[in-house]
Design a protein around this ligand. Structure first.
Ligand SMILES: C[S@@+](CC[C@H](N)C(=O)[O-])C[C@H]1O[C@@H](n2cnc3c(N)ncnc32)[C@H](O)[C@@H]1O
Length: 260
């Protein structure tokens, strides 16, 4: 009989997901406004991009308790959000039902995995995919590439992918236990986080997206200072990466790219 290949750790992804879900569930239980009540700095920064690129249909990944989703709805976008933590989603739905000018706005925030939600989108049906501090969760590079492939598939030609992620220049980079390239388990001060460099952003985009803007910003004020990369990229035609050389060395110029 031919020996079967050994399967390499698929359960690990499931374990990582549930650990992360427990982490966020606890945060949202302790403080229903863990990230504050208003829209995130990234949502406000992204607004001119959405306006100028005539975006209507937006999907938000890792929407938490829906603060940015609410901002998008209030600004007239046909927006939907998904998060895989039930507690955050139910808090967000309650808030959306009370405050948003959109009828049945609470139905626009659903509980589920970002991966499944992207897979359920009609190809080319979205004008934009948006996420704030979601892609820097406990994802491997392979998982990032799979997610970006799914984002690309769901976008119309020329559609925008806008995301913010913790930067390799963040003061938390390198703390805790190293779990992989640029990935650190910050327990007990946080969850596992994958930090991004500009070169990593660009390497993930190769063959799918044209990077329009990468900008590093400070967030969190004095109480919790962080460094975050703001990224805008536009869907291009898919093509196989030329001589993909694996993960690039991490470096980061301060600010590159186009204006909105
Ligand atoms: C750092 S929080 C940001 C929440 C929100 N974007 C905000 O700014 O208020 C990251 C969020 O991603 C969610 N998340 C992590 N992995 C997910 C997945 N695979 N599918 C859906 N949501 C996920 C977490 O539950 C958490 O709410």
């Amino acid at each position: 009989m031919t020996p079967q290949p050994v399967r390499v750790s698929p359960p690990a992804a499931g374990k990582r997901r549930s650990r992360q879900q427990r982490f966020w569930s606890l945060r949202y239980e302790e403080d229903p406004a863990f990230f504050g009540r208003g829209a995130s700095p990234f949502a406000r920064w992204a607004a001119p991009w959405l306006r100028r690129h005539r975006v209507q249909r937006v999907l938000e990944l890792g929407a938490g308790y829906g603060r940015d989703l609410r901002y998008l709805l209030e600004n007239g976008y046909d927006a939907r959000g998904v998060d895989n933590v039930r507690r955050g989603v139910s808090q967000g739905r309650a808030s959306l039902s009370r405050f948003s000018p959109t009828p049945h706005a609470e139905r626009r925030l659903t509980c589920g995995s970002a991966e499944a939600c992207l897979a359920a989108q009609r190809p080319g049906s979205l004008d934009a995919v948006y996420s704030n501090l979601f892609l820097n969760m406990d994802y491997t590079e392979r998982e990032h590439r799979r997610l970006l492939r799914a984002v690309h598939r769901s976008l119309r030609p020329g559609g925008l992918h806008l995301y913010s992620v913790r930067s390799v220049n963040d003061p938390w980079y390198g703390r805790g236990v190293r779990r992989g390239p640029a990935t650190f388990d910050l327990a007990p001060h946080g969850t596992t986080m994958h930090f991004f460099s500009e070169r990593y952003v660009r390497s993930l985009a190769v063959g799918r997206f044209e990077v329009l803007r990468v900008e590093e910003r400070s967030e969190g004020g004095r109480s919790f200072p962080t460094k975050v990369l703001y990224v805008v990229e536009r869907k291009g035609p898919s093509r196989p990466p030329r001589g993909s050389g694996g993960r690039p060395k991490e470096d980061i110029p301060a600010r590159t790219g186009a204006r909105p």
